[in-house]
Design a protein around this ligand. Structure first.
Ligand code: ADP
Length: 501
């Protein structure tokens, strides 16, 4: 295997990977931008290399700087995490060409799945059902019009190079098609440098259900069941759970088999996720494959008792997976809430600021995968994810109760977060019934958020007041930085940020 791994990422996933490295007796090299010099991932690592300015294009996306950092520190392998360069085939290739191990699938598999039309062609050929639509990119709006009338409105225009919901437009009828085509194409061009568009039938209220797969060099390609990811806002996941309330054993086996087939057809290696849209009758369609570790991987880890990052490291090191060849049975239920620095009361506007105080929940069945600490500055340069709160219980109901308790314990002062939104969802009847779909947040979001804002403001103020009181009594100041403020400033700053002063 290897000895020293460079993690080409930041935030919670970098910390998560460093932890797995340490459990395996491997050394971890962190890289960081100028903005992240004192971030938790840097403090967790054995070595750290400054790779440039805050702008990701000049640091976390800078292939040359990353390879140079690996050379300088004698790293033998690079783990890309998720986002950034994790799904760029040219990066995987450059890592291999530099004589290092890429902790991920071969560049050819990333390439095959990275172009969504190519992926659709391959899946159709491998017998995996795809959403009805085109398997080639579309030249112009009139061609789009012909395909749209073939599959029937509503349709979804999507970017062939897509990701993160960018370059996607729903079109309800012929009149809106031409302008939506131009918009989707120009959004795709600016996000991915490629404006190619294809078309899918827009499915009404399906669920987003994805399958975790894992493949090694010894011919094992297996799946670890599904994750339910239908609580989404603008195609971004907010809450995930496993198992899905909509999937029984038989459907799990069918979807798992399709996912394994998808992975095999591109010569997949390591951990990956095959995403599907699931319709109420049990019909499912391939959406895309994410050729990397996924944000929501912990819910699978908790119900299957595996460490997916450890498995990634083993496979990359040429070892077999530790999992048995037969299908594993999940145990209990897990839920993840993504705690982001976004203000639900302001339409999830990304916020910035200093985390004055952070208290992380713990106790039975609770896991916190975080990327920030008390004193962390949250800027606008990167993803707003602060950390992931994950709860496990014997049943869905037990997991929900634990998550509610953990959301009560979690305290973040100084920046608005998605926490009040999560609390509201965990008390909402449709979510509790398990019978929700991808339209959930769009339909119920505004009413969920309205009821929670006042309470969370009051809570933040109460916490800030308590902190100020502690500081006054000369209890250790949570900010850990006496230079920037006396006891009152926590209170004042929080009040100001909440618009109360
Ligand atoms: P991206 O790669 O940009 O995330 P995906 O293809 O994975 O795009 O789709 C993201 C989300 O958009 C899905 O989880 C689903 O909510 C919605 N979506 C995608 N395709 C369709 C479709 N054909 N019909 C309805 N909703 C869709």
């Amino acid at each position: 295997m290897f000895r020293r791994i460079l993690i080409a990422n930041r935030g919670e996933i970098a910390v998560r990977i460093i932890r797995a490295c340490h459990e395996e007796g491997l050394e971890a090299v962190a890289v960081h931008s100028e903005a992240d010099a004192r971030s938790p991932h840097v403090l967790h690592a054995d070595f750290a290399v400054d790779i440039g300015p805050a702008q990701a294009a000049q640091s976390y996306l800078n292939v040359e700087r990353l390879l140079e950092a690996a050379r300088k520190t004698g790293a033998d392998a690079i783990h890309p995490g998720y986002g950034f360069l994790s799904e760029r085939a040219h990066f995987a290739q450059a890592v291999e060409d530099a004589g290092l191990v890429f902790v991920g699938p071969p560049a050819s598999a990333i390439h095959a799945m990275g172009d969504k039309t190519e992926a659709r062609r391959r899946m159709a050929a491998a017998g995996v059902p795809v959403v009805p639509g085109t398997t080639e990119t579309i030249g112009d709006p009139s061609e789009a019009g012909r395909y749209a009338s073939e599959v029937g409105y509503p349709v979804l225009l999507k970017a062939a190079a897509g990701g993160g919901g960018k370059g996607m437009r729903r079109v309800n009828g012929p009149e809106g098609l031409a302008s939506a085509f131009q918009q989707a194409s120009s959004e795709a061009r600016s996000a991915f440098g490629d404006g190619s568009i294809y078309l899918e039938k827009y499915l009404e209220r399906p669920r987003h259900v994805e399958i975790q797969v894992l493949a090694d060099r010894f011919g094992h390609t297996l799946h670890l069941g599904e994750r339910e990811c239908s609580v989404q806002r603008r195609h971004q996941k907010l809450i995930e759970e496993a198992p899905s309330p909509a999937v029984d054993l038989q459907l799990r086996l069918r979807m798992g088999e399709a996912a394994v087939q998808a992975a095999r057809s591109v010569g997949y290696l390591g951990a990956g996720t095959v995403e599907f849209l699931l319709e109420p009758g049990g019909r499912f369609y391939f959406l895309e494959m994410n050729t990397r570790i996924q944000v929501e991987h912990p819910v699978t880890e908790l119900i299957y008792g595996v460490d997916l990052v450890r498995e990634q490291l083993r496979v990359a090191g040429g070892e077999p997976t530790t999992l048995p060849g037969r299908p594993l049975a999940p145990r209990g239920h897990a839920i993840e809430c993504r705690i982001t620095c976004e203000d639900p009361a302001e339409n999830f506007l990304p916020a910035t600021g200093r985390i004055e105080f952070l208290r992380v929940p713990s106790g039975p069945g609770i896991r916190w995968d975080g990327g920030v600490d008390s004193g962390s500055e949250v800027g606008l340069f990167y993803d707003p994810l602060l950390g992931k709160l994950i709860a496990w219980g014997e049943t869905r109901d037990r997991a929900i109760r634990r998550m509610r308790r953990a959301l009560e314990e979690l305290v973040i002062v100084g920046v608005p977060t998605s926490q009040p939104f999560h609390r509201a969802v965990l008390d909402e009847s449709e979510f509790l019934s398990g019978k929700y779909d991808i339209s959930y947040v769009e339909r119920l979001g505004p009413s969920l958020i309205a009821g929670t804002t006042a309470e969370s403001e009051l809570e933040a103020i109460a916490i800030a007041a308590a902190l100020a009181e502690d500081a006054r009594r000369d209890v250790a100041h949570p900010r850990g930085d006496a230079a920037t403020g006396g006891p009152e400033s926590v209170w004042l700053r929080t009040a100001r940020q909440r618009g109360l002063r």
